[in-house]
Design a protein around this ligand. Structure first.
Ligand code: ASP
Ligand code: MG
Length: 443
């Protein structure tokens, strides 16, 4: 393990000149090697996505307007952030906006659209680097596009990332502060691509894994992962410690603070992931590591927009090979399945994306009657839940009371109980479970 730390700052942490200055203060050079991963300024990726849509739909006037508005935002930003480096800052944004205009001047294509989306992170890192220079903080920019690569299946090539990143660090022993872009990467064709929305967290953990970092720190503006959804439940609190498995379940099932792919690279090399708050840097936040506390319920999370598909077939379900055929259809359309329950005559499963729903249903009809239910939510209870623990499931169902339940999944791992309910009852279920499972939090 190296003593390098990887620190990722999200869009809001660099979203205003003041916040960017604060990030610089947090990094005050102490000699320890740090790799800083930045998102685009908050709102930028959304704007670039809309610019891409206007471009695709041939709405030229709207497109020009959107580009101008974004440019003005950056112009104000550099005027406020920089003084001695202002001309350099202006040159940076002019260069990237020229590129945006050049890209969108020709007809739309997906590969150039991905290049368009990459401009946000390219600008935020360069502007931050200039600001550090202005503060006489020595730092080096690492182009993520020369380090982070994906293979044909869209999976990161950790060995390659490892090799490239370590060569850069070795070749620059006089530097201890490195800045790089989150989110962006090269695909197997060598084109500019990205790790999907929110992917800067994933970049941080890939880089952390590649250099076997001491820790990966995800800096946002809340004080860690909470034990329930703070938008719905009052008096939630940050969870001090989570195991990798618990954090992966929570990230996937609704806790927006962390991109779900962040956990596996860190888990693979046993690198702790800390969730910290730029607004309260001394707060403990949440530490995700291999340690776990048996028998404890850590958190409740919910994921919306869930679709349940039921395939009923009295004739075929018991025959071996039936499940395989059903799963192959999902595999064919590259649609991941979240929850599954089976009975003698039917299998129900859930997905969270309706892009291929029509084709899936058509293909599944070959194996039985198919029914689709939309507007559902998965509520997920996460912890180190030993199945022998008496009364645990009873507590959960007592709290849910009369609420309708569409599916239940328990025992798949020791870390989660998932319950599928109509989206309309989500708030009530979260509140009821909170009251019953986190007694210390009662109000
Ligand atoms: N800027 C990208 C996004 O908004 C990536 C990230 O911030 O993690 O999705
Ligand atoms: Mg994020």
């Amino acid at each position: 393990m190296s003593n390098v730390r990887v620190l990722k700052f999200g869009g809001t942490s660099v979203g205003s000149p003041e916040r960017m200055r604060q990030v610089a203060r947090l990094l005050s050079v102490d000699g320890q090697t740090k790799i800083v991963v930045l998102s685009a300024l908050s709102g930028t990726t959304n704007s670039l996505v809309s610019i891409g849509e206007s471009w695709k739909n041939l709405r030229a006037t709207e497109l020009n307007q959107q580009v101008e508005t974004l440019y003005d935002h950056y112009l104000n930003f550099i005027n406020e952030l920089l003084s001695s480096q202002r001309d350099e800052g202006k040159a940076v944004i002019d260069k990237h906006f020229d590129q945006i205009k050049k890209l969108t001047a020709v007809s739309f294509n997906r590969s150039s659209n991905r290049e368009l989306l990459a401009q946000g992170e390219l600008m935020s890192t360069k502007l931050f680097h200039l600001y550090l220079k202005e503060c006489s903080m020595k730092a080096m920019l690492i182009p993520a596009l020369e380090v982070v690569s994906m293979d044909e299946d869209g999976e990161p090539d950790i060995e390659l990332i490892d090799h490239r990143l370590n060569s850069i660090l070795k070749a620059n022993p006089d530097h201890s502060l490195f800045i790089t872009q989150g989110y962006i990467c090269r695909n197997h064709l060598g084109e500019i691509d990205n790790l999907k929305r929110g992917g800067s967290d994933y970049t941080a953990s890939l880089l952390g894994a590649a250099i076997r970092a001491e820790a990966v720190e995800i800096w946002t503006d809340i004080d860690g992962m909470h034990n329930n959804d703070p938008r719905i439940v009052p008096n939630t609190y940050p969870i001090e410690a989570l195991s990798f498995n618990e954090a992966a379940e929570l990230a996937y099932f609704g806790a927006k603070i962390l991109h779900p792919n962040t956990i596996w690279p860190a888990q693979k090399y046993n690198i702790p992931v800390k969730l910290l708050n730029t607004m309260a840097p001394k707060a403990k936040g949440t530490v995700v590591s291999s340690a776990s506390e048996p028998g404890s319920i850590k958190a409740i999370a919910a994921k919306d927009g869930i679709i349940a598909i039921k395939i009923k077939s009295s004739r075929m379900l018991l025959a071996y090979g039936f499940m395989r055929k059903v799963f192959e259809i999902f595999e064919h359309f590259k649609v991941p399945i979240d929850m599954i329950t089976t009975s003698e005559v039917a299998v129900s499963l859930t997905i969270d994306d309706d892009e291929h729903l029509g084709s899936l249903v058509e293909a599944l009809k070959e194996y039985g009657e198919v029914a689709v239910d939309k507007n559902l939510s998965i509520v997920c209870i996460v912890g180190d839940l030993i199945s022998e623990e008496r009364g645990l499931v009873k507590n959960v169902f007592n709290e849910i009371g009369e609420q309708p339940i569409r599916m239940i999944s328990y025992g798949g791992s020791r870390n989660n109980i998932s319950i599928l309910i109509p989206a309309a009852s989500k708030a009530e279920v979260l509140l009821a479970l909170n009251k019953g499972l986190f007694k210390q939090n009662e109000i």
